[in-house]
Design a protein around this ligand. Sequence first.
Ligand code: PHE
Length: 473
Amino acid sequence: MTRETWATRTGFILAAAGSAVGLGNIWRFPWMTAENGGSAFLAVYLLVVLGVGVPGLLGEFVIGRRARRNPMGALRDLSGSRYWGAVGAVSAVTGVALLSFYSVVGGWILRYLLVSVTGPVTGGAAYLAAPGPYFQQIDFGYQAALFHLAFLGLTGTIVLGGVRRGIELGTKVMVPAVLVLLVGMAGWVVTQPGAVAGYQFFLGFDPAALRANAASVLAPAAGQALFTLSVGAGTMVTYASYLGEDRSLPFDGSVIALLNTGVGVLAGLVVFPLLFSQGVEPGTGGPGALFVGIAGAFAALPGGELLAIGFFGVVTLAALSSSISMLEIPVAVLVDEGGWSRRRSVATLLALVALTGTVTAFTPALFDFVAGTLVDLLLTGGLLAFLLFAGWVLGPDAVEEYATGAGALAARLVTPWMLAVGVGIPIFLVFTLLTTAGVDAQFGVWPTVAAAIAVVALVLLGLRRRGVWRAVK
Ligand code: PHE
């Protein structure tokens, strides 16, 4: 059977942008921003998106398009080594781990949407009367599990349709709808009393706060940047493997990153003013903050019930266009490597995630661990592996693949890109891993930097000794 490809160029861009734009922008971003000091976090996050996220995205694209295979097959075929295949296989695990918590949050959203839509009939959406207690009632337990299954079912239905008739068609509808609705809502929010305080919190740049917080904000900002761009999981390797023709990867990657950042900022322009208009201090309430705060705003504002339908509708679409990209990673592995049909792969994985997600839906501590620490580790480690692979195993082939279809401007950036991919970003990623482990708190920032450099140097020496090393001259 021939491998499917995207039908159109916009199809690929929208699918990848749809993967990037998701709960990361709307639910995790305001939560992380609020927890890490508002605009200081925003500034660091934007820098990391630009300096790490975009080059990293390109690294995954280059691997995927070169191999035209899933992450496991791609690393194995391109290197000729089973060990790299095993490294790539971690992506399938990452996809399942991501989906196991994402689908629970997707279920919450789906429930809020349903309750908003049926509100006028049932005498007002239930969450409006008492947002806090309502969320606490539904966040974990069998109801959360049921809605998780519903959300997972929707995800599976789209992926079952395949690359063109499922993912491409779906994201072609979902992504523009998200954009239009968000712009409309941001415009509406401007007119709300008290919105200014929200804009100030979000955009009021405070250099002193940034200087004071830069080190502590770095790791969460980096994790968030990877998460929101869907980088490190192998999703982008997989999506790029369905590219049929050669177009400019740097261009497509920049468009995707721009769209994603734009949606993130737009979502902030909607969420923060709404929270402040209700006198809600963001930064408390953890993962439920969005649900509780925003429900309070909808309850208080004129026309809020209508706005609620729009809002939860947008978030549902954004979440679905991301969750399908998580499921597609292990599906591609089973289809390519196992020779399974798409139907059988989807069914098997749905059964698996139905189980793992249900456990998560019953276990708040597990949810926090998977959604936070585990995902940060898997994405950071995954990107580290992809980039070392692109920089030192693909080497000259990565340069060639990058340049194929790239315009003159992008082609000129290939050397800095290779340096970033092979050296700079790996050191940065190891550094954030070390700070997450508390090394900087123990030994100070500079010793931690030195340790990160040493770790990367050791890994490169190891690669060289194993003979897979193909440095660019
Ligand atoms: N980028 C998605 C979001 O922001 C999450 C995601 C991460 C999707 C990794 C795929 C892979 O919601």
